[in-house]
Design a protein around this ligand. Structure first.
Ligand SMILES: *Cc1c(COP(=O)(O)O)cnc(C)c1O
Length: 379
């Protein structure tokens, strides 16, 4: 039970991070990835908290960034420029220049207009940009449509029908060094057949473009491995072995080809909880509402993606009842869970919303002019 050492009397709401679980997770990840020679980058957007980033850089992961500020933060927290990759559909000129100045490992590029701008800026700086093409492989991740990124109807990546043309254009740009292909098909994927499909599609694509004579020493399969939001104590660590073994079985790199991954949620989600207090219990006609002092500004995922998070009452031993657990914000979407079973809940009870290490603190806002909740660590 990871939530035993909460600080007594701390002001709620706050994010609680179990750094022992984080270290344990990082060990499990490396044990599963290293035998295959895989290189793993942590997706900084999942949680850019500097204390956690330092744990992650110390364990030897690289960083996957989606903005110039994330690159700066990653460098401050101990990631080497040669371990940083940079993705995103809308890189600005100044972000591109910053990445070039630091000599990051690779730009994962999403369109030909973007590559042309990178080429121009690199030429102006008298340097060469290493790039990979982010391919939209048209593989359906079978996850919520807001977190599906690898099918043709969304904005991400270079579409397959455009690939030959983009390759030809890249080879004409002297300040662009095309080193690889990049894929990322979605998030919270627990069905390994999705990753098998991705391996087969990647193999097919590489085979189709082999006549261009590009070596592609870098293949990046992105992130997206899911966690168990329903049973966080039974499955505190993501199925890393199953995940990497799937790639080892279905994707066979050429000699000298390094395979990379970019995991966010699977690394950081399980170690975090949002801790809140019950302000009021309000009785409606058909249901009871437990009104917390945490809101959708502290944890947006339920409102944004209808995401499920396990909710626990840490202080009550009363008989169970059913509640809608809601926040204080003036939006109907400010609801963490509908009709869940909790021990009888009263004003002042301490509530844990579990698996909040990823996309919670990172998405916090000051909506309603609320304060940003602080972070508290187990160590
Ligand atoms: C968000 C993102 C990731 C990480 O996704 P997770 O589901 O958190 O593992 C990796 N790569 C790219 C390009 C992303 O946008």
């Amino acid at each position: 039970m990871p939530l035993q050492n909460l600080p007594a009397g701390a002001q709620t709401p706050y994010y609680y991070y179990d750094t022992n679980l984080l270290d344990f997770t990082l060990d499990a990840l490396q044990q599963a990835a290293l035998p295959h020679g895989y290189r793993v980058h942590y997706a900084v957007k999942a949680n850019a908290n500097p204390v956690l980033l330092r744990h992650i850089s110390h364990r030897g992961l690289g960083a996957d960034c989606v903005s110039g500020n994330e690159i700066t933060r990653a460098l401050e927290c101990g990631f080497a420029p040669s371990d940083i990759v940079y993705a995103g559909v809308g890189k600005t000129d100044s972000e591109i220049a910053l990445a070039l100045r630091h000599g990051i490992f690779c730009f994962n590029c999403e369109s030909l207009p973007e590559i042309r701008v990178i080429h121009e800026i690199a030429a102006g700086m008298g340097t060469k940009a290493r790039i990979a093409l982010r391919i939209n492989p048209n593989v359906d991740a079978h996850t919520h449509h807001y977190i599906t990124t690898g099918i043709e109807e969304n904005k991400f990546g270079i579409y397959l029908y455009d690939l030959e043309h983009v390759l030809t254009e890249c080879l004409r740009m002297p300040h662009i060094e095309l080193i690889g292909l990049h894929f990322h098909v979605g998030s919270q994927i627990i069905d390994m057949t999705v990753f098998r499909g991705l391996c087969l599609r990647a193999t097919e694509i590489l085979d189709k473009i082999k006549d261009h004579g590009i070596a592609f020493p870098y293949i990046n399969f992105g992130g997206g491995l899911g966690i168990d939001y329903h049973e966080p104590d039974e499955h505190p660590v993501a199925p890393f072995k199953e995940y990497f073994d799937t790639f080892a079985r279905f994707y066979h790199p050429t000699p000298h080809q390094q395979v990379h991954f970019e995991l966010g949620r699977a690394v950081i989600a399980p170690c975090g909880s949002l801790i809140a207090r019950v302000l009021y219990v309000k009785e409606g006609k058909k249901r009871k509402f437990a009104v917390l002092d945490a809101g959708m500004n502290d944890l947006l995922r339920p409102a944004l993606y209808q995401a499920y998070h396990k909710i626990e009452n840490l202080t009550s031993h009363l008989p169970e009842e059913r509640y809608d657990v809601v926040g204080p914000i003036c939006e109907s979407a400010d609801c963490f869970a509908k009709d869940v079973t909790l021990p009888g809940t009263q004003r002042g009870d301490l509530i844990a919303i579990r698996s909040c290490g990823a996309y919670a603190e990172a998405m916090a806002s000051r909506y309603n002019l609320r304060d940003i909740a602080p972070a508290v660590y187990s160590e």
